[in-house]
Design a protein. Structure first.
Length: 237
């Protein structure tokens, strides 16, 4: 693949092993909980940079978002389907075991904010916002978030809202014939974007039920190409 003007070869088998390794870490951390503390610092050092591991979505999802581990639990623990979130789980492990340091918390929020601000994939953006919200809940809620990180996540959210608004405005300006031809693809794209907007709104509401950006989230949703069709459907009903 081409990356920054260079041709890069990728060993897909090694990447699959990396993904499986992170999914295994999810099992270890969820099972051991506070007893995972001796490996907390080392695991965070591996996990946080991997939020930017663009070669494999599975690696990033294992670090940030829900990962279905029902097959592993069928063989090793129970037949119940469970989901895990590695970064919040690591923070919970540190808090429960009293081994969580200020540096660990700062590094986690700093990396999450940077990733949110730079993310271009709306499906993974939703995972990042959920990861941030879950991490904040583990640490005690909005009161535990420093002024620096509160401003940071606000600015990152503003940036993503502007990007999504621009994308939707550009789509709506396309000729009607093109919009009709690509209707199904556009509907899927905007559905994924709506998921990101929903998780964005959940975080903002958790920070402040009257957060001013909540209005902006609703405004961006209304810019969708399919919004008019949805309104027409409701009128028909």
């Amino acid at each position: 693949m081409q990356l920054d003007g260079q041709t890069v070869g990728i060993r897909t088998s090694a990447i699959e092993e990396k993904c499986q390794a992170f999914e295994t870490l999810v099992i270890y951390c969820s099972t051991l909980q506070a007893r995972f503390a001796p490996y907390l610092a080392q695991t965070l050092e591996l996990t946080l940079p991997s939020l930017r591991f663009y070669f494999h979505d599975g690696v990033r999802e294992a670090c940030a978002m829900s990962v279905s581990m029902s097959l592993f639990f069928f063989f090793f623990f129970t037949s119940l389907t469970s989901t895990f979130r590695l970064v919040p789980m690591l923070l919970s492990c540190g808090k429960t075991s009293s081994t969580l340091t200020t540096q660990m918390v700062s590094a986690s929020f700093h990396q999450l904010i940077n990733c949110i601000g730079a993310e271009t994939d709306p499906s993974f953006m939703a995972s990042l916002f959920k990861c941030f919200t879950d991490s904040l809940k583990v640490l005690g809620g909005p009161a535990s978030l420093s002024h620096e990180f509160r401003n940071g996540i606000t600015e990152a959210t503003k940036r993503q809202l502007q990007i999504l608004a621009d994308k939707r405005k550009n789509r709506s300006q396309r000729p009607a014939s093109e919009l009709a031809d690509d209707a199904e693809d556009l509907a899927l794209i905007e559905e994924i974007e709506d998921f990101a907007l929903e998780d964005m709104a959940k975080l903002l509401y958790y920070l402040d039920p009257k957060h001013p950006l909540l209005v902006a989230v609703s405004s961006v949703k209304d810019l969708g190409c399919n919004q008019e069709d949805s309104d027409d459907d409701r009128d028909d009903l």
